[in-house]
Design a protein around this ligand. Structure first.
Ligand code: SAM
Length: 201
């Protein structure tokens, strides 16, 4: 199947070229259950990613108020859990992928979560600072683009961020690099090939 359009599709494309193939997944956590619409052309459409699930199970409670960020929201599992756990906060769900943004907006509406604001990166006002950032970042965009992305958004952090990264995709070198940029970095959890990194300004 080399050379087909599907081969050239990435979950981080702005407009996925692969045709729509709607699906749904159920996210079950001790405190939250959500049924989420998914589609072809978005990350982990067949089931909640194990790294995302680890973050949602193990991250410390998000700030109760203020502005929270899900960087790279996909179809929205992280953003919606933030919104459910912190109903007094505004959750910014940011993604470059238009289909992912549409799914997150629909999923938030279906779950009755009015405190989710779904945006393309450039739509978030520059003066917004985040008390909590949770992200399963897009490692596959490549090291340079990933570093640029993290510098851009972690520079707006007022509290703490939790990132989940697979060990074999470079979690330890990413942690070292974040430390070199002047962030405080600690490893919260290491399980099943994933690291949960806590980052402070
Ligand atoms: C690993 S996926 C995680 C998706 C979702 N949070 C989850 O846990 O299922 C990373 C997401 O980052 C998005 N992304 C890639 N580059 C981005 C950028 N420059 N700014 C914002 N989001 C980006 C991708 O489109 C993708 O949806």
């Amino acid at each position: 199947m080399k050379g087909t359009v599907a081969d050239l599709t990435h979950y981080f494309d702005e407009r996925p070229s692969v045709g729509s193939a709607p699906g749904s997944v159920r996210l079950v956590l001790p405190d939250v259950t959500l049924d989420l619409a998914t589609d072809a052309g978005v990350f982990s459409r067949g089931g909640v990613d194990p790294g995302t699930k680890l973050l949602l199970l193990e991250a410390p409670a998000p700030a109760a108020t203020g502005d929270l960020l899900d960087l790279g929201c996909g179809y929205g599992p992280i953003a919606l859990v933030l919104a459910r756990r912190s109903p007094g906060a505004t959750v910014w769900a940011v993604d470059v992928n238009e289909r992912a943004r549409e799914l997150t907006a629909a999923n938030a509406a279906a779950a009755g979560l009015a405190n989710v604001r779904v945006c393309a990166p450039e739509e978030v006002p520059e003066d917004v600072r985040f008390s909590t950032v949770w992200s399963n970042p897009p490692i596959r965009v490549g090291k340079e683009a990933l570093h640029e992305l993290l510098l851009r958004w972690l520079g707006r952090l007022d509290g703490s961020a939790v990132l989940v990264v697979q060990k074999h995709l470079g979690s330890d070198s990413l942690a070292r690099w974040l430390g070199e940029q002047g962030h405080g970095v600690s490893r919260l959890v290491s399980r099943a090939g994933y690291r949960l990194l806590e980052v402070r300004p």
